[in-house]
Design a protein around this ligand. Structure first.
Ligand code: GLN
Length: 490
């Protein structure tokens, strides 16, 4: 797929790392190529909210100097990596796609940011997203929508749409997003790149703008499964600043990819192949299934009987947590403050009315309702119980199979403005929400294109902390097909 004429900004991370380490290219050249590419495509794509070319160039020079002194920090050293604008970077804007934080400058680095710096990565762009990560199309950004690089009239998915679109368009060699109900995997599928949501607790959320804390997880986007493994390696691991971060050791994900063994028993959940699944998406996913069969995997149907309740459960729990998390934006401690408040109540209510967009308000109202006394038991508590049943479904399935394979999104990228009804938008996540409710690792891998040229992805779900197996399984398909190495006409 790669030829000597591949532009630097379209190299895979692994290829760029090899080229840097052999001295064929410098980080300064690579970074300049990425910056020039971003400047060329941004007027149409709008995947960035901000960028710091000067800081990126300085980091690239520092990387080249380290390498010249024989002190390379590893495969990410000198590689331009972009961050969704919900991840804190010290002294840089952090908007979460919201007017509420339009003027906020982060006083500190998120743990993932610090880890990327320690691995030598060059931090250039901050990517557009749905406001506070609430949405599936990036249309809820308070600033502007982002185009899908494969068809600019269509959405890139969301909420990490900017991170997926930027990578597909060559504005970074890898990016980070966050995933609460599908926000890494769905945009990865719609933009034709790989996206991984790690096990809940695998990656620290310190410095992530919180949406729904029992579901939020940071994860990487890459052009290949191998690239995603390299980024995960750098950001995973326990962090005492995030009390939910797990103490599990971080395996060598790369070694697992190179190993001969992949999980052999694959389950296809019946409930994920029914009504609402686009036939072209179904056909592309079916081809991936056939490939695994051809590798000698045993593929069998399984059932996750509580799947029909996932979406409702998610919208009770996520909105409840959001209503609590977003109470901190009061015009005093953080965020936008209205002009000339009459009194304290006026300050709170007008600051919030002006700072938040419609979808965020809808969720705060819904979440406040399900937590209110008299309704708490009927909604919130009940949803927690259903969540337990959903998790049990998955764990029972894993008694018989090593991993599950499903479509990532029921449909390919849709047109901007097409899903005006919030419920229609919520249905974009029917296949991704289960992994968040159950805390499982899950990855979208590109598996082809529709006749109209829109990318399709399939999803692999693994057991808790089963990232190494999941990556090995995804890589077995990806290294043969490399759909994420195709590039849009931009
Ligand atoms: N699309 C889902 C929502 O709107 C998931 C968002 C996410 O994962 N951050 O809540």
């Amino acid at each position: 797929m790669t030829t000597s004429t591949t532009p630097l900004y379209y190299l895979s991370l692994a290829e760029a790392a090899a080229a840097l380490s052999s001295g064929r290219i410098s980080s300064a050249e690579l970074t300049d190529a990425v910056i020039a590419r971003a400047e060329a495509v941004e007027p149409q794509l709008h995947a960035l909210l901000s960028a710091d070319p000067a800081a990126a160039r300085a980091q690239a020079q520092a990387s080249d100097a380290r390498r010249a002194a024989g002190k390379s920090l590893g495969p990410l050293d000198g590689i331009p990596i972009g961050l969704k604008d919900v991840i804190a970077v010290r002294d840089q804007p952090l908007t979460a796609g919201s007017r509420m934080l339009a003027n906020f400058i982060s006083p500190y680095d998120a743990t993932v940011t610090r880890r990327l710096r320690e691995a030598g990565a060059v931090l250039y762009g901050r990517h557009n997203c749905d406001e506070f990560a609430m949405g599936s199309s990036t249309e809820n950004s308070a600033f502007h929508p982002t185009g899908n690089p494969w068809d600019l009239e269509r959405v890139p998915g969301g909420s990490s749409g900017g991170s997926a679109a930027a990578l597909a368009a060559g504005e970074a060699l890898a990016t980070l997003g966050s995933d609460t109900g599908g926000s890494i995997r769905q945009p990865a599928a719609l933009c034709g790149v790989v996206g991984l949501k790690p096990t809940y607790g695998r990656v620290s959320r310190y410095g992530l703008v919180a949406y729904a804390s029992s579901l939020d997880q940071i994860g990487p986007f890459g052009r290949t499964v191998e690239d995603v493994a390299l980024v995960l390696q750098a950001i995973a691991g326990h962090d005492e600043r995030d009390s939910t971060s797990l103490r599990a050791k971080t395996e060598d994900f790369g070694a697992e990819l190179r190993g001969p063994a992949i999980p052999r028993r694959l389950g296809l959940p019946r409930e994920y192949f029914g009504e609402g699944l686009d036939p072209e998406v179904a056909a592309a996913v079916e081809q991936a299934v056939s490939y695994y069969r051809g590798l000698g995997c045993e593929v069998r149907p399984v059932s996750l009987p509580h799947t029909p309740y996932c979406l409702d459960t998610y919208y009770v729990l996520a909105t409840a947590e959001a209503s609590s998390n977003l109470s901190r934006y009061d015009g005093i401690r953080y965020g936008h403050r209205c002009a000339e408040p009459r009194d304290l109540n006026d300050l709170y209510s007008r600051s919030r009315a002006e700072g938040f967009g419609a979808e965020v308000k809808r969720r705060i109202i819904l979440g406040t309702y399900v937590l209110s006394s008299g309704y708490y038991d009927a909604y919130y508590l009940r949803a927690q119980k259903v969540r337990t049943l959903v998790r049990r479904d998955f764990l029972q399935a894993f008694a018989d199979v090593d991993a599950l394979l499903t479509p990532t999104s029921p449909i390919p990228a849709f047109r901007r403005g097409e899903k005006a009804d919030p419920l229609a938008m919520y249905l974009c996540d029917i296949y991704t929400i289960g992994a968040n409710l159950a805390g499982l690792p899950a990855m979208s891998v590109p598996c082809g294109f529709t006749r109209a040229g829109l990318p399709v992805g399939f999803q692999l779900l693994g057991q808790p902390l089963g990232e190494a197996q999941l990556l090995a399984l995804g890589h077995a398909y990806d290294r043969e097909h490399q759909w994420g190495r195709r590039h849009p006409n931009l």
